[in-house]
Ligand binder design. Sequence first.
Ligand code: BGC
Length: 754
Amino acid sequence: MKYYYTLIVILCFFSCSKKEQTQNTASGNNAQKYEEVINELLSKMTLEEKIGQTNLRGTSSRAKTLSDELKQDVRDGKVGALLNVMRTEFVDELQKVAVEESPNKIPLIFARDVIHGFKTMFPIPLGMAASWDADVAKTSSRIAAIESSQVGVRWTFAPMLDIAKDSRWGRIAESPGEDPYLASILGKAYVEGFQGDSLNNATSIAACAKHYIGYGAAIGGRDYNTTVIPNSLLRNVYLPPFEAALRAGSATVMTAFNEINGVPATGNKYLLKDVLRDELHFDGLVVSDWDSVIEMIAHGFATDEKHAGELAANAGLDMEMTSKAYEHHLKNLINEGKVSEAQLNEFVRNILRVKFRLGLFETPYIDKSNEVNFYTKEHLSEAKKAAIKSTVLLKNTKVLPISKQTKIALIGPMAHAPLDQMGTWAFDGEKEHTVTPFEAFKTAQVNFKYVSGLTHSRDQSNTQFKKAITTAKEAEVVVFIAGEEAILSGEAHSRSNIDLPGAQEDLIKALAKTGKPIVLVIMAGRPITITNIIDDVDAVLMSWHPGTMGGEALHDILFGIIEPQGRLPVSWPKTAGQLPYFYNHKNTGRPANKEDYVAMYDIPIGAWQSSLGNDSHYLDIGYTPHFPFGFGLGYTTFSYDAIKVSKDTINFNEDIIVKATVSNTGKRVGKEVVQLYIRDVVGSITRPVKELKRFEHVVLEAGETKDVTFTLSSKDFIFTNNASVRAAEAGDFDVWVGPHAASGLKKSFYLQKK
Ligand code: BGC
């Protein structure tokens, strides 16, 4: 009876206060009321029930029946949240057991990896990062939330905010790329999209900023590998996107699989308590990654399951995903005094706070008031726009755009690969809804003939080469859709060689011999090294894994209905041996430069070891990437002129205005992503050679000129040094405005302390 009383009090409070709640995080009186209700609940819960809340139980989305054992565990209050329950009838049945039969009637949260779309698949996150467009991120995550919440998902494990500088790493596909500023803008937008205006809206789902932290710094790009990240680097590069996501109200955070400087992220008290809670004031819930609690045994950090539970608990991990160290041992650990009950209470508070914020106590069941709508016209149209905005044109010797009458040979293993086109983490997208380039060409009645040439990206046989070559000879232009299957990127799918797999390069070379112009389109989860074939093709378009509407987007781009609009969110390497590569590197004491560079084949045979060319480069591939960070062409050209800074010297409390003139020097309307970079020339620790600080999308008609103005303040120059001092430092600064990280007009100014 008393449980019913509690529930009635809670429901009354929430229905009365619903209108007031427009924020994802409660503040003031609301926050206070939450805490009171949570405390009341806590006072009624047994130790076992509290531990139950910390349990995120994994299930299989393919399960056809609901096990009695699972239902009983929910009934006994042993489960706090469930992962991958994908049948709506199971969601409601389990929720009913939780809110009607479990000891304290606490609702469950149903979680799913909704990463770049639910049914309607958007480009992979690295592709969306190439849009350099917060609206793309926000709209995609809003639509993903609308679609997935219809089947009961109220918690997604996204956005992934791991800065990634190594294209060998399979999970670069899920990342926002190599730059902390761009990643922060995207991180905020994803959270706003997933969580909507208010987390307790039926179409809002809780975001999860993951993987906290440094996961992308895995040595050698090998997934799950060790990371070594000094505190200054952590704060200057890896932390900012998480801070942005938390400021946007991300309800949850997931710990990473990796260790950092010898301590696994899941048992890392410094990161979870000192940084996340004390400094960043995060009051949502922190969940482990899949089994990452017990993986601390393999890391060599915990002796056994119980010890792993103790380490995670004392580090401040609220909820354990799939492994059962808390379920099996937390009670004993508390009884033995190794973990305090106050700590467990804190976990339960954090978990219940998120459940309250989601409105689950008030409306635990799936909202059936709306018709279930997947793949709506609007969703598909946004997915197409996102694919267009994500596509990066890397090379074009005037072959693009193609005129509609042109006779085309459509060739390549990704030209009609509906499953692979969706990319990694596309669990719920159905390939039957994917529009491939082949289908888009057919629908638009393009004058084309299709031969796949290779049945899949890893196909090593040349049996179809002859047919492909004949088709190319009969055509005027070859559109070759190359790439890698979805399964070759994503979790645990790192590659040491990131050339096109299988016999794709051989086929491209064979086709080049026909003398027909070749447009190479790449669909892949990472930058693909194309040094071997770049001279054999006339244009290169990177469409990443573009999602459901990738084919239509590509059709419109190829035929010039619209221009490709993406810019690289990562430096594009010449070879995998160059990795990790990132534009915002340090200068070194011997910076590479054109004058000193000595190429391998220019060194005289028998040369004695001199200091000739002794600077930081590779003998065989030099020191620049194939395409720089921020690079991307369109169908027109732009020029930059007349950069000005408002002052040569600024004080700490003053703004500086940087202005440049951008002109469309081509023959058609076009969009430029105008980028501003700075360099803090001398610091108490060395500073990167360039750092992105602002960008703006500018649309200009042919011949049009526009002034683009950016305002910076000393806040933009803040960094953390090795003494953990976080401040801007007085001194000289360079500033560039230009089209990418390797180009731009430069000015300098001085920041002075008065
Ligand atoms: C991944 C996470 C994911 C989790 C749940 C793990 O293997 O690292 O990113 O959210 O599985 O599916």
